[in-house]
Structure formats: structure tokens, C-alpha cells
Design a protein around this ligand. Sequence first.
Ligand code: F6R
Length: 634
Amino acid sequence: MCGIVALVGSREASPVLLEGLKRLEYRGYDSAGLATVTTDTDTQKGFITCKKAEGKLFNLVDLISVEGAPGHIGIGHTRWATHGKPELRNAHPHVDSLGKVAVVQNGIIENHTLLRESLQNKGIKFCSETDTEVIPHLISEELSRLTQDGAIPNGEMLFLAVKEVLNLLQGSYALAVIWAETPDVLIVAKNKAPLLIGFAQGEFLCASDSSAFAGFTRTVLPLEDKELALLTPLGVEIYDSLGERQHRTPSLIINSEKDIEKGQFRHFMLKEIYEQPETADQWISRYLPDGLSASSPIALSFEDSFYESIESIQILACGTSRHAAMVGAYLLEQFAGIPATVFFASEFRYAPPPLAPNVLTIGVTQSGETADTLAALIMESERRSNLKDNLFSSRQLGITNRIESSIARQVSNIIDIGAGLEVGVAATKTFFGQLLTFYGLAIMFAAKKNKRSLKEINELCSQLRLVPNQLRDLIKIHNRLTEKLAHQFVNTKDVIFLGRGINYPIALEAALKLKEISYIHAEGFPAGEMKHGPIALLDYKVPVISIATQGIVFEKVLSNAQEAKARDACLIGIAPESPETQIFDHLLPIPKVSEWISPLLTVIPLQLLSYHIAAHRGLDVDQPRNLAKSVTVE
Ligand code: F6R
């Protein structure tokens, strides 16, 4: 949440910063701003130009195109509001009272209230409600103290001032600082929020993630927690919190982001729904190619001992990733016979289960940056290492779509879902990639632990191979059907989704998709739970969308749907065409497939229906209000 960029070099900074912000806008779009330093040719004094605009980045782009922001050094920010409303006065950068120190920050300064109070007691006036604003004021205070101390070069003084102030901050931050007195010095620092430095010839770009480096450089160095760096056009110096110089070699990022266009599609979300057959094709050619041995049916490079030693699995994730994890847990338990539990990462951090031996902890995060998931993984690893017992040692696996992200640096075993960059804030193809990854893991655990016969494993693998073409057909049919059906949701205020077994998480995911892009209240329930309370919500105004696939709970789900129909609810079925499914007022048909495979198909009409309802309402499908694609605060 919130994206920051910072440049020091010899060309005009603002176009590079705006380009970086464009690529980081998915992290928040409540406001955007940038600040530069340049030297006045008459007075030879440095000054800061700070420009901010409420709302999306294009407002800032327009402002800069008219008013400019001169300078070869600058910092930029795209905001997702945490402290203070999404208004201009809360937009970053924030400056000190003299207008000489400017700061952008991502993260949360947890002790900002105390720091603010003590600054206010000294007469400092605040212009915003943000936690960030304490930082430029504190740096300014420290600079004036150091100035009195005597002859320290300005660049070093800024570095020392920031270093001192970092000691006062509690919480998470990635920040960048400029000072009017140093038109060629940039200071950046991070703790529990991502920050990477990109190296080019005589210029350096810092950013919250590697996507901002596209077209600038592929040579990148991530900062570690509590490190700070001093950047000038001559080079980069990195220090730890004790002031010890750190020496690390930058590495080449593999996935230099290409410009992604919407092409023929009205929204990225629709394009990404259409890309799911390709996601499946690529996953199959990478993880399920022909010719693998019966004992290792999926191309994952873990040793046999990895699977054999694990007795249970706990999965930590948030939002859509948690729904994929729930399908995963179902597969791991029911197909591979290994106990698996899913936790909200944010809950796990503060109420973990008692430690058990031989547990694999899986973190699932498409962005690889979700603060709660990363922190829960760290907490789990720490409490296990405290035990100093091999049986309880921490074994972790990360599932992500961003192999350059924080989770990939934090966890040694990583599975790349390889879905390609997802621009739409509502996750679709990355969810699909996560599902496929869990199929792969369940197959491997079943094979390595001899929980399923060769025939059963081969059968599931063969069914997975059919999925890409099934998806192509489904998307074509359902894009048309759901677009038509969406017209009936013009006045809808509440929707209920029902599913059971392996499709219960799909009901949850469908409800989440609808909520986040159409702002319609929606809930997903296990179909059998309806009669225990939620059924009271039903009347003719509340559509009930029921996932009824062939398998052990097919008839049960149909009975639950009948109960809803008896309460006048309009009934929509995600189900195969058959005499039994004629009970539905509208049928979004899916082919008769094995229950194991069904979530890969049932999710498609539900994604499309949410999309068309939101698009029909004229909403901003790709950047829904209040959301961000990467949730880097707790
Ligand atoms: C919903 C959505 C969010 C994310 C959640 C976790 O469409 O995208 O619910 O799933 O914020 O994000 P990641 O997967 O990046 O950890």
C-alpha cells in the first residue's frame, strides 16, 4: 500500500518519477505527489518544489505538465490512505515547517501520536493528519541541531539526521528524504516495508517494487530491514542501523516488466479473466509436462524427504489468496490425506495454534508483499527456532506470482505461479494460478506419501490437462450469458452465494469479487448452513447464486437451493445442464467434470458475472474505491 519512488541522477527527475508512479499506482490511488530539489540560478540556493494532487495519478501528471517540477533529484508517492482522509493536505510528500525537507513514506509509524505531541509542544504546526508528517519535522529539528554542532558536510549531515530520526520511529516504513541544501543527495531507508535500489549509469532509482524499474534498469538491490542508504549521482552507500557500511552486489531482475496494454478489452480485469486459459497452459507446460515419472508427477524440485517428513500443513493468506488456500487445504486433506488448516494471516499473527512437530507452513500471496502474510511467516519461523528442536524446526513454502517480491527473499522454498503481471486490483488469473499450484502440491503429496493409486493420480493429471480448452469454451459462453444477466442486478443490494465442499471457497471468492468491484453487499455460505440463520435474509430482492457440481454433495446443494426458492429468492445456478438443475431461474452451465476439478471451472462464470455487474454500473472495475493491489500495512 502506497508506492514510493525516488531518483538521483543528471536528467530531469519528474518524468522518471511519474513513470515509476504509473507502475506503482496499483498500490494506492487516493492521491499522488512528488517533490524535487533544484538550485536557484540567481541566489545559488537550493529549493524544494512540491506538487500534489488528490485522486488518481493523471491529476498529478496534468499538474506537472502545467506547473513543472525542476530538478535532477526527487521523490514521489502514490497513496492508499491509512492516517487521514484521502485529501490533498494528506497527500505526500510531506515537508517540514521551513519547506526544506521533503519525505515520502510507505508503512505506518505506530508511535506517531507521541512524536506529534512532543513536536507540537515545541511549537511545530502540522498541516496534515498523517503519521508521516512527524518525519520531516523531526529531521529538520535534527538538522538544526547538527548545524549548530559545527562543520559537517551537508550530505553527511542529512544522512546523520535521518539515521538519528529512524531510531525514534516505531512501526514499518520505506521512506525517501530530500533536503533543499543538498541538491545531489537522496537518503532512503526501510523497515518491514519493501524498498529496492535500481542501478543505472550515473543515476539511481529507488522504488517499492521492481515493476517501477521497467525501462530504467534491470540491476537491482533490495534494502534489508533497518538499513539506510545514501545516494548521489556518484554512487550508493548502504549502512545498517549501527552505521556499519554494508557491501552487497546488485542482481539482475529476471522479469523486467513490459508495458501491459488492455488491447481490445474495456478493462484489465476482463482481459485477465480471458488470459486464464493461457495461465493454465503455461502452468501445465512448466509443472505438468509430458513424460514425468509416476513417482514425481509434478515438476517441483523439492527433495522426496521434503514431502515425506511433513505430517501436517498450515496455510497463511489473506483475501482471495486465502480462498485459493481453502481449495488447496481441501485437496491436501481429501485427495492427499494430509491434515491442512487455513488461517487468516492477520489472525494467525496474534493467535497461532500450539506448535506441532513436522509442520509445513505455506504463505500464499500473489503480490508477495502482503504485510500480514509476511509477518505471520516471520513470527512462525521465530517461535519455532526458539524451541531448538529439529522436529519443530520451521519449514516454509511461499506461493507467489512475483518472484522478485519480499516473500521470495524471505522464504527459501518458493513456487512461482507464473500468471504474468495482473493489473486489475481484483485478483482473477493469479487466483487461478494459486489454485493450480495447490493441485500440483496435492498430487505430489499424494504420490510421495502413497495416499492415492497411480490410476487416481494419472486421472487427476489428465483432467488438469483438459482444463485450458474447457476454459476457452466456458469464457466464450459465459461472457455472453453473464453480460445479459448483469442487467438484472441494476437495483440489487444483496447477493448470497452458496457452495459446499470444494466449491465453498469459490462461493466466498465470488462474494468477495462482487463486493470489491460492484460495491454490492454479498456473502458466501456453505449451502447447508443457510437454514441455521442466513435464510432469514431471503426475499424476492435477494438473488441466490448456487454452485451445484456433480459429486457427493450435488443433491444436497440442490435441496438447499430449493429452500431458497421457497422463500421467493431468484435462483441462479452454476451447475451442469441436467433435469435436476432445471430448478434454477437462470443456469450458467458448466460441463460435467469430476468434483476435484470443478473449482477451476465454476469460478469462471462467477468472475464474469461480477465483472459485468460492475461494468454495467459504470464503475471503475480495475481500480475499485478504497482498495490497493498490494497491502503492505498491517
Ligand atoms: C481480492 C484481492 C485481495 C487479495 C489480498 C491478498 O481480489 O485481490 O483480497 O487477495 O489482499 O493479497 P496477496 O495475494 O497479494 O497477498
